[in-house]
Ligand binder design. Structure first.
Ligand code: ADP
Length: 674
């Protein structure tokens, strides 16, 4: 049965090393990681708190800025509108102040704009005034005679009546198929100088004449010039008062403006005039007028707005998706209400908040019904501060939200990066110093173990030969022997023990020098044959005894090697010695020298007990012995092969073994040939 000899394994000391490493490396690292984690989260918290405080402090300023901006805009709008006629105010509000509607009330509360046309139309009036001509035209279809009657009326009448008569005549001429005459007649009305001085109803007549003329002339090459002129003239009547202060009533104006817009959409060459004249805002003016007309129905007099505080922005009652906002202004000259759509209110407020755009937070504005007007309807984070928007926007609030969840991460990123890098650096330093400490402690532990093993082995191994020599010497001294032959036998035994002691001491010394790295090899070109022969010679006395067959196969002209011959002889003697020790009663040992390619191989083979496969590498370790009891008998201390390996490797060579348990072993030492 084989048993592996174990000298003091030193595990106790290793345990201490591990414990020391745990204390010196792992604990501080864990503490550092914990500290870093704490530091990072408190930095995030601190940054959050800092940001919250900054923006909480800033919010009233933002709210004030919005309020002041709004009040200033109201003031400037009022200043600009001062002295303008209602249409002037309307145009200003729509084209320059985001407004989408306007109502102007007189000081006594009646709507000045949008004003509606008076009850009876030009047609009714014509029917009453020119009854016979009317009869001829509509009842009897006598257009020729009707035209003549209308002509007579035109001559004797003046002002509005004349215009009505001419218009009626042109209609009859048209019905008679006299298109050009009809156009000439209609042109008379369309270009009437009364457009500058006439009252509202005259303006309505002229506008109708212009529309009629456009209708008749459009698309006729002969009248291109006239069409353009008429269209320009039509535009010049819209959204303004004439020199006498009269203007088209809002409903008429809206009708004519819608027609003008339709004509522009159908005729690109006329569209140019509309764009030029209204700076691209004709459609906007039309929409705003429509809204103003709808609004004045809801609030027909200034008193109906009495509970609406002046200069405040308020949501008007109405469906949510078409929410409208209004601002009421009042002064001595009367009062007015400007209308804003949700988009209009949004762009108005956006202007005031522009200077507060921020990467960390967004501001949202909620109207007096709590609906979000500016900012995302569902912000990523809850509002952390809210402020009212002041007296001009009663019930309106401004809220501030962090843009995203990781905003603190961003704000704290620099600080966190410093912590992380410092932490990583410190951990690396700890690990590095731990590794250095572990290495040096490990080395010390190994050395210690080696020293202990060495002392234990030396004392143990020296004791046996010394004791047996002492017994033999004492026996001889006391004369306890039978004859001279027994004396010789005892002396031979003493000599063998002495030899063994010398070998042991040689090995110990080599090992000790090797450990201190003081083994200085004297390398020189040497014949491999000489080395092998010297080894065979040294081992011969021991191996040549009794029932041991020792053979050599050493060629005369073995190659040269660069080697320390004494050291190499020690290697081979150790191998031969082992072959002797670990073979049975019938020993057969062979030392062979072979040249192979550029190498030289020394092989020592025996027919001994062999070595199990798993132990073929371990046997080259210091103090390793396969079977301690056997080694004891065979006088070993587990150093021979480790010394051999050390020497061979110092010669840049290799040593190995091939063996099968029970069938012997072959050790091969390979050196480079010169
Ligand atoms: P030792 O002084 O014990 O012989 P070595 O280092 O020379 O120490 O050998 C280590 C171990 O290798 C031995 O204890 C033995 O078990 C095994 N060994 C060495 N040479 C042989 C061999 N030729 N046959 C069988 N076992 C061997």
């Amino acid at each position: 049965m084989t048993s592996v000899r174990k000298l003091n394994p030193g595990y106790g000391q290793f345990r201490w090393v591990v414990l020391l490493l745990a204390v010196a490396v792992i604990l501080p690292t864990l503490c550092l990681l914990w500290f870093m984690n704490e530091a990072v989260s408190s930095t995030r918290l601190a940054v959050r708190q800092k940001l919250v405080t900054i923006y909480e402090d800033q919010l009233p300023t933002v709210a004030r800025q919005v309020e002041e901006g709004f009040a200033a805009d109201c003031r400037s709008a009022k200043d600009k509108a001062r002295g303008l006629d209602p249409y002037g105010q309307f145009r200003l509000a729509v084209t320059e102040h985001h407004c989408e509607g306007l109502i102007v009330y007189s000081p006594n509360g009646d709507p000045l704009y949008p004003a509606l046309s008076a009850g009876d139309s030009a047609t009714t009036r014509a029917a009453e005034r020119f009854a016979d001509a009317w009869e001829l035209e509509f009842a009897e279809a006598e257009y020729e005679q009707a035209a003549q009657r209308y002509e007579q009326y035109a001559r004797i009448s003046d002002g509005r009546a004349r215009l009505i008569a001419r218009l009626a005549k042109s209609r009859c001429l048209r019905k008679l198929g006299r298109g050009d005459d009809a156009i000439a007649e209609c042109k008379e009305v369309a270009t009437s100088p009364l457009v500058d001085a006439g009252e509202d109803s005259i303006l309505v007549l002229i506008a109708n004449a212009r529309l009629l003329l456009l209708n008749w002339t459009q698309g006729q090459p002969a009248y291109t010039e006239l069409t353009a002129e008429t269209y320009r003239a039509l535009l010049s009547m819209l959204y303004r008062s004439n020199q006498a202060g009269a203007a088209l009533p809002a409903d008429q104006n809206l009708f004519v403006a819608q027609k003008a817009l339709e004509i522009a959409q159908a005729n690109p060459e006329l569209d140019v005039y509309a764009r030029e004249y209204f700076k691209d805002s004709l459609a906007k003016l039309v929409a705003a007028e429509e809204r103003s007309l709808a609004f004045v129905e809801q609030f027909p007099a200034a008193e109906t707005l009495d509970d609406w505080p002046a200069d405040t922005l308020q949501r008007l009652p109405g469906p949510e998706d078409t929410a409208y906002y209004g601002i009421a202004h009042r002064d001595d000259a009367g009062s007015c209400v400007t209308l804003l759509s949700r988009e209009g209110a949004r762009s108005l407020l956006r202007d005031y908040l522009q200077s507060f755009t921020d990467i960390y937070v967004e501001f949202c504005v909620l109207d007096d019904a709590g609906e979000t007007i500016l900012g995302r309807a569902e912000p990523a984070n809850e509002a952390f501060a809210t402020a009212p928007l002041g007296q001009f926007l009663p019930g309106w609030t401004i809220t501030v939200h962090f843009r995203s969840g990781n905003v603190f991460e961003q704000a704290a990123s620099e600080q966190i990066a410093i912590y992380t890098w410092t932490g990583i650096l410190v951990i690396m330093l700890i690990l590095l110093s731990g590794a250095v400490a572990a290495k040096s402690i490990g080395k010390q532990v190994r050395l210690n173990k080696l020293k202990n093993d060495f002392i234990a082995t030396v004392t143990h191994e020296l004791k046996t030969p010394l004791a047996s020599m002492r017994v033999l010497v004492e026996t001889l001294l006391e004369g306890n022997y039978r004859d001279q032959q027994q004396v010789t036998e005892y002396l031979q035994l003493i000599s063998r023990e002495n030899e063994r002691l010398s070998r042991l001491i040689d090995n110990f010394l080599t090992f000790s020098r090797m450990e201190r790295n003081k083994q200085a090899f004297r390398m020189r070109p040497t014949s491999a044959t000489a080395i092998a022969r010297a080894a065979a010679e040294a081992a011969k006395t021991r191996l040549g005894r009794g029932n041991c067959v020792f053979e050599t196969d050493i060629p005369e002209d073995g190659p040269e090697v660069q080697a320390d011959p004494d050291a190499m002889v020690t290697v081979l003697v150790n191998l031969l010695d082992n072959a002797y020790k670990y073979s049975g009663d019938e020993k057969h040992i062979m030392l062979r020298l072979r040249a192979q390619d550029n190498a030289v191989c020394f092989t020592v083979s025996d027919n001994g007990m062999g070595i199990p496969r798993r132990a073929t590498r371990k046997i080259f370790r210091r103090f390793y012995q396969l079977d301690r009891s056997l080694s004891r008998r065979a006088e070993g201390c587990g150093l021979g092969l480790s010394i051999a390996k050390f020497i061979v490797e110092a010669h840049a060579g290799s040593i190995g073994v091939e063996s099968k348990p029970g069938q012997g072993s072959t050790f091969t030492v390979r050196l480079r040939a010169r």
